[in-house]
Design a protein around this ligand. Structure first.
Ligand code: NAG
Ligand code: NAG
Ligand code: NAG
Ligand code: NAG
Ligand code: NAG
Ligand code: NAG
Ligand code: NAG
Ligand code: NAG
Ligand code: NAG
Length: 661
């Protein structure tokens, strides 16, 4: 009995393993053309035969290839990009990529590598990007260096590397990106950095390594595109270690879970002895913030202090005349004057987005920023009853202003008189109070983009947009119109240069036939998410060749005389309308089928009526709308009575004539 049971078990096992085989019958999917294939997560143990030899891009992650060797990919000699993430690869044998001369990128992320043969990466002479993230590497000697002359990026994050000492013969002349994030590097010596001598303009990432020491001179007279030391606990060490170094962008932010030391003036002392263009210090805490903290910041062009728990910036900061961009997002200012803007007289861009407290704009707080071009004050709980001339005093060169997602703003007449150069104004989701009949935008002759979505506007104020001579892009989404209707005279009549007009979600029931007269330049009109019926399409008579979105409206029937207004547009979206698919709409349905090339979202353009056709795509509807039997009967009766009438009248006339002879 027992042997039989084990036989049975064996049989089950065999059939189970036989059953497992179809899963190795792969269903790799072809992506854009027949050169890119995705075989991710298919439990594959080899390259399936169904992949053509011409495959160039192969995404093969989450399969099972414990060893790879010269036969594994031998057929796919045209490979350019190979992703082998998490394939449980332990061994990479000799000449694995022997004939892969085109191979440009190899991703080995997440494989527990035990061995890579000396010649495993010879062959791909053009190899530019090598990903060895999370592969358990602890020593850089592990990486085979043969033929890596063209390597541009080497990713070594999340390993156990403690020294960045590259092998002596490691080719670095083309290296642009070297990523060591989340390793165990605590000390950087001169010898380490000397190996990188040949790399110019390198981006070097040490985020998530707690650097405890840098040998003096290690970075001396070296030039970097970017250096990242995020998450280092003692930044003094970093600044000191970077003496005489030239860096485009220095990222020193910290992370939520890092228990790092507060920054003091002493921390930044080393910054005086190096040349840096841009610094990011996000999420740090400052201790004893004073003007001397910024003593060594004088040559900076960009400073990012996002979420740095700031309540104010000290007054009397001197010498920061080079600063062009200042980011103060997600801090705790109460009033705009607390940033002491006068310290940064050359500022072009200022971001105070997502302030954690209600931000009072104060008066004249930015008046020294005469060169300011871009100002972002979005999501900052700003409220003002009389905006914005005192608040934005002297910002004559401002081109971009973002006041979206704030509290109610009262806009006075010519509210932006101080900023005549504005090209983009975003007031979305900020409740605006404008006293009719004024135009707050009167003097903005250069304004091209105006976002007034969800501003609870008084759209009956016909002068609201007066003066916007050059406006190209107007977003009025989510505002409502009186009686749900855009009338013949309306606020759009003053903005004849419009090209893009968004009127979605405006609760519109109808649009006057003349409403868009004068909007001859419009090429994009979004009327989606309203309650418009087919009759409103009459208003489109004045527009030609536009993109028209009528999705999610209440269109059932479009009468024949309105079809020309649609025909003359270039693309139309009619999805999610309760379209009528009965003979009363036959003209529209016929037109629809003849103009499929102009319509988008055919999948979602379906019938709502009659119930038998509900949900059927309009393009699939077949209607037979000949004259019915009853119709024919009536016509026959009608013609017959007509003939009878004729005969009787002829008889009557003849009789009458004879009687009078
Ligand atoms: C692959 O696509 C190209 C053009 O897209 C075509 O010329 C070629 O015949 C296709 N090859 C195969 C094997 O389908
Ligand atoms: C793979 O390597 C073996 C032994 O090193 C060799 O005999 C064989 O020819 C190689 N195959 C290919 C396709 O290069
Ligand atoms: C693909 O390559 C293999 C080995 O290089 C060759 O035997 C096979 O004939 C090729 N298949 C096609 C369709 O060219
Ligand atoms: C340095 O690299 C950056 C991007 O990595 C590039 O934009 C810049 O032009 C390069 N500078 C030089 C001098 O090569
Ligand atoms: C930095 O440069 C100065 C002047 O060139 C030199 O005196 C100093 O020793 C250098 N510092 C380091 C750490 O190399
Ligand atoms: C940070 O490093 C500097 C020297 O680079 C040292 O003087 C200072 O004591 C360190 N700070 C702490 C809190 O260890
Ligand atoms: C204005 O800020 C909001 C929120 O920060 C953002 O979503 C929007 O894209 C910005 N507007 C422009 C024009 O960049
Ligand atoms: C307002 O509209 C502009 C232009 O379309 C867009 O860039 C911006 O992101 C919009 N703002 C918001 C808050 O969505
Ligand atoms: C049609 O318009 C709806 C609503 O705006 C949108 O969700 C959908 O993506 C549009 N279809 C296409 C193909 O753009």
């Amino acid at each position: 009995m027992a042997p039989c049971v084990s036989c049975f078990l064996l049989a089950v096992l065999i059939s189970a393993s036989c059953k497992a085989i179809p899963s190795s019958d792969p269903k790799c999917t072809e992506k854009d053309g027949n050169r890119t294939y995705n075989c991710e997560n298919l439990g594959l143990r080899e390259i399936p035969d169904t992949l053509p030899n011409t495959t160039e891009v192969l995404e093969f992650s989450f399969n099972f290839l414990p060893t790879i060797q010269n036969t594994t990919f031998s057929r796919l000699i045209n490979l350019i990009f190979l992703d082998l993430t998490r394939c449980q690869i332990n061994w990479v044998h000799e000449d694995t990529f022997q004939s892969h001369h085109q191979l440009n990128t190899i991703v080995l992320t997440g494989n527990p590598l035990i061995f890579m043969a000396e010649t495993s990466l010879t062959g791909p002479k053009l190899l530019k990007h090598l990903f060895l993230t999370q592969t358990g590497i602890s020593n850089l000697e592990f990486i085979p260096v043969h033929n890596l002359e063209n390597l541009e990026s080497l990713h070594l994050g999340s390993n156990h590397i403690s020294s960045i000492n590259l092998p002596e013969n490691f080719p670095t002349q083309n290296l642009k990106v070297l990523d060591f994030q989340n390793n165990a590097i605590h000390y950087i010596s001169r010898k380490d950095t000397n190996a990188l001598k040949q790399a110019t303009n390198l981006s070097l990432n040490f985020n998530g390594n707690d650097i405890k020491g840098i040998e003096p001179g290690a970075f001396s007279s070296k030039i970097f595109q970017s250096l990242k030391f995020g998450g280092s606990l003692n930044l003094s060490i970093v600044f000191k270690g970077l003496q005489n170094c030239t860096i485009q962008s220095l990222w020193l932010g910290t992370f939520e879970d890092t228990d790092d030391q507060d920054l003091t003036s002493a921390t930044f002392e080393g910054l005086c002895d190096m040349s840096v263009e841009s610094i990011n210090l996000q999420k740090h805490h400052f201790n004893d913030l004073s003007s001397s903290t910024f003593r060594c910041f004088s040559r900076l062009q960009e400073l990012d202090l996002t979420a740095a728990h700031l309540k104010r910036l000290p007054s009397g900061i001197e010498g920061m005349n080079s600063l062009k961009k200042l980011v103060l997002n997600a801090n705790n200012f109460d009033q705009l004057c607390q940033i002491n803007a006068a310290s940064f007289p050359s500022l072009r861009e200022l971001y105070i987005k997502g302030n954690m407290r209600k931000l009072d704009l104060g008066t004249r707080c930015l008046e020294k920023l005469e060169t300011l071009q871009k100002l972002d004050l979005s999501h900052s709980d700003i409220e003002a009853s009389d905006c914005c001339n005192l608040q934005l005093k002297n910002l004559h060169h401002l081109q971009y202003l973002n006041l979206s997602y704030n509290e109610p703003l009262g806009l006075e007449d010519q509210a932006f008189k101080e900023c005549p150069q504005l090209e983009l104004l975003d007031l979305a989701f900020t409740h605006l109070r404008v006293k009719a009949p004024h135009s707050p935008f009167q003097n903005l002759h250069l304004l091209r983009v105006l976002n007034l979505s969800h501003c609870l506007l008084d759209t009956s104020n016909q002068h609201l947009l007066a003066g916007l001579r050059d406006l190209q892009h107007l977003n009025l989404q989510g505002n409502s119109f009186q009686d749900g209707s855009i009338s013949k005279t309306n606020l759009l009549q003053t903005v004849g240069s419009l090209e893009i007009l968004i009127l979605s979600s405006c609760s519109l029931l109808s649009i006057d036939q003349q409403a868009f007269q004068g909007l001859g330049n419009v090429n994009h009109l979004d009327l989606s998410y309203n309650s418009l019926t087919g009759d409103s399409t009459d208003a489109l008579n004045h527009l030609k060749g536009i993109y028209l979105n009528l999705a999610s409206n209440n269109i059932r029937i479009i009468p024949p005389h309105l079809l020309p207004a649609l025909s003359q547009q270039s693309t139309i979206n009619l999805s999610h309308n309760p379209l009528d698919c009965t003979c009363s709409n036959i003209h529209f349905i016929t037109w629809y089928k003849e103009n499929l090339h102009k319509l988008e979202d055919l999948e979602e353009t379906t019938c709502a009526n009659p119930p038998s056709l509900r949900g059927v795509k309009l393009s699939n509807v077949k209607l037979h709308c000949g004259i019915t039997g009853m119709g024919i009967f009536f016509i026959v009766v009608f013609v017959f009575s007509l003939i009878l009438l004729l005969i009787f009248s002829v008889k009557f006339i003849l009789r009458w004539k004879y009687q009078h002879i």
